[in-house]
Design a protein around this ligand. Structure first.
Ligand code: HEM
Ligand code: SF4
Length: 557
């Protein structure tokens, strides 16, 4: 895990001091709303429905237990005892008091965390695979590259005032857990035929009101050129991206308007000015950063622990959890574990201070004191010995962190929606709760199998509804809250080779109290139509959306 050096620490400490003074001047009436806005946005502070919202970055999702304890402490002392994990490996506090935010930032700085560039029109937090470094399908560990890029693009003066926000994600596995095709820049780390490492560079993906799957503009970029080439992309965007209309300002609109080939050529032309210049990465620089991501002190274990196997045989509830929440690992005798933050009665991604502290204890006891945050809004213990899984499960279950639902319908992604967000058309949380209740029966849930259901409270799409196998979008109809449903979206290449796709809207929207019933009907059509082991997404792809429409909109007799 990356540990700050003196320079990193000084930068964030100074930033806290500056923001303390900016906040003081704003509260004293010396700075206007307009003057303060860019200053607060650069420090992750939104003005929301009830209170400011503070978004704290968790670069590529890595957390030490000590950092999670600090987040718990902040939730308890400065907020209402809970926080919300977002879909981009950030954590959000919904109720801080503006005057106290500099204190929160100072507390965060003591554990090497900050809220810099988590909002505003700049390069945002870098995200990656939550199983980076341990996944069995990993080809190249993306973390050193993600950290190198994070260091380069944070505070990059040229890119502090882009036409619009800019999000990058890196993936180094065959299964795309970082959603690289729906980012402004997505990077797949790959080998070429000679076995050299490079990046497949994808540009212009995004969700929001114009959802677009990104285009590959560079099939193989030698890794040494990652910074100069991405600089060139940002320069072209900074120069030609639209600034007259914020709904058309994202890079995806520019790439679409020009066509990916023309855009790629413009990047190529721009790149010639900096290619092979001082930003070219050296092996020494790579090694410096990569030294932070060495594997922990694994012990030599057999690959199939006998105790673990025995518990799988003797305890069906444990076996059920293991089948969904325990994931294969590169290292023999170890596993990665997802602590589910999706359980009945709680908004997806919400976590209490006590749960954060307990999860930090679990990390210390079972996983080398480290955790990851997934873009599906869960926590991961990445390095758990197999022999410890049974004990871990018992503790996680007592903490309500062991719902066995990863990859299934109740592992929903949802944004905060109308309960917190000022931009919302409709609430997301009650919808998520109604669906969770409807699908509480685990036998039924397991029978339905793999299914991604994503909910956004408005077309900004923070809840990734476009790429959910089932997507739910809050819409406004004459001042009341309605929900539009789409089918067939997909976040990115999975183990079956299914590529990223945007879902299709099935028809007119539904009232809040109808939604859970509609989802049940949709699942019913799947259960009737599926062949053999076919997953929901494969059935939708095979039969199209018409059979679902027919059932959902059938007139009651
Ligand atoms: C509550 C305060 C929030 C506000 C005001 C807000 C605002 C926005 C806006 C305006 C957009 C659309 C940007 C565009 O298309 O140009 C957007 C997109 C997005 N936001 Fe949020 N958001 C909030 C919370 C969240 C949360 C909680 C998450 C994660 C659960 C999140 C993750 C995202 C993602 C993934 C996108 C779409 C991807 C893209 O950028 O194309 N946001 N947000
Ligand atoms: S999708 Fe809309 S309602 Fe949900 S958090 Fe984003 S801006 Fe708010």
């Amino acid at each position: 895990m990356y540990i700050y050096d003196e320079i990193d620490q000084r930068i964030i400490d100074e930033r806290v001091t500056q923001f303390r003074d900016q906040t003081r001047r704003f509260l004293a009436g010396e700075l206007s709303e307009d003057d303060f806005r860019p200053l607060r946005l650069q420090n992750g502070l939104y003005v929301q429905r009830h209170a400011p919202m503070l978004r704290v970055a968790i670069p590529y999702g890595h957390l030490r237990s000590q950092q999670l304890r600090k987040l718990a402490d902040i939730a308890r002392r400065y907020d209402r005892g809970y926080a919300h994990f977002s879909t981009r490996q950030n954590i959000q506090f919904n109720w801080p008091e503006l005057a106290k935010v500099p204190d929160i930032l100072a507390e965060l700085a003591t554990v090497q965390m900050h809220a810099i560039q988590t909002s505003g029109n700049c390069v945002r937090n870098f995200t990656s695979d939550h199983f980076a470094g341990v996944a069995q399908d990993e080809v190249i560990d993306p973390r050193p590259y993600a950290e190198i890029m994070r260091q380069w693009f944070t505070f990059h003066p040229e890119f502090a005032y882009l036409p619009r926000k800019f999000k990058m994600a890196l993936n180094g596995a065959t299964h795309d857990r970082a959603a690289v095709f729906v980012h402004d820049i997505g990077i797949n780390l790959i080998h070429n035929e000679q076995g050299e490492i490079g990046a497949q560079v994808i540009v212009g993906g995004g969700l929001g009101r114009t959802p677009i799957i990104g285009s590959i503009i560079k099939p193989f970029l030698p890794w040494q050129h990652l910074l100069s080439y991405c600089d060139a992309i940002l320069r072209v965007y900074n120069r030609y991206g639209r600034r007259d209309n914020k709904y058309k300002a994202r890079i995806k609109i520019l790439v679409k308007a020009l066509g990916p080939e023309v855009f790629a050529q413009m990047v190529e032309d721009e790149w010639q000015y900096t290619k092979d210049g001082p930003s070219t990465l050296t092996q020494a620089e790579f090694d410096r950063v990569a030294a932070h991501f060495q594997p922990p002190a694994y012990q030599a274990f057999a690959s199939d622990d006998a105790d673990y196997q025995q518990h799988l045989q003797s305890d069906p509830a444990f076996a059920r959890w293991a089948s969904r929440n325990v994931h294969g690992h590169k290292q023999a005798g170890y596993a990665a574990v997802t602590l589910s933050l999706k359980r009945l009665g709680t908004a997806p991604g919400d976590v209490t201070d006590a749960q954060m502290e307990a999860a930090a204890d679990l990390a210390d006891d079972y996983s080398f004191g480290e955790l990851r945050v997934s873009h599906e809004q869960n926590l991961i213990l990445a390095d758990v010995p197999q022999h410890a899984l049974y004990a871990l499960w018992q503790r996680a279950r007592a903490l309500n962190l062991a719902t066995p639902n990863i990859g299934m319908l109740t592992n929903m992604i949802a944004c905060p929606g109308g309960d917190f967000c000022a931009l919302a058309n409709a609430k997301s949380i009650p919808i998520a709760e109604a669906i969770a209740e409807r699908f509480e029966d685990l036998d039924y849930l397991f029978d339905v199998g793999e299914l991604d259901l994503n909910i956004s409270g408005c077309m900004n799409s923070c809840g990734h509804h476009h790429v959910g196998h089932i997507g739910i979008l809050g819409v406004d109809k004459n001042g009341s809250e309605w929900y539009q449903i789409s089918l067939g979206g997909h976040q990115g290449y999975d183990k079956h080779g299914t590529p990223a796709a945007i879902g299709k809207v099935i028809g007119p929207s539904f009232a809040q109290d109808e939604v859970a019933g509609v989802i049940e009907k949709i699942v019913g059509v799947y259960l009737d139509q599926r062949q053999d082991e076919e997953r929901f997404i494969d059935t939708v792809k095979r039969v199209g959306i018409d059979p679902f429409k027919e059932r959902v909109y059938a007139k009651a007799h």
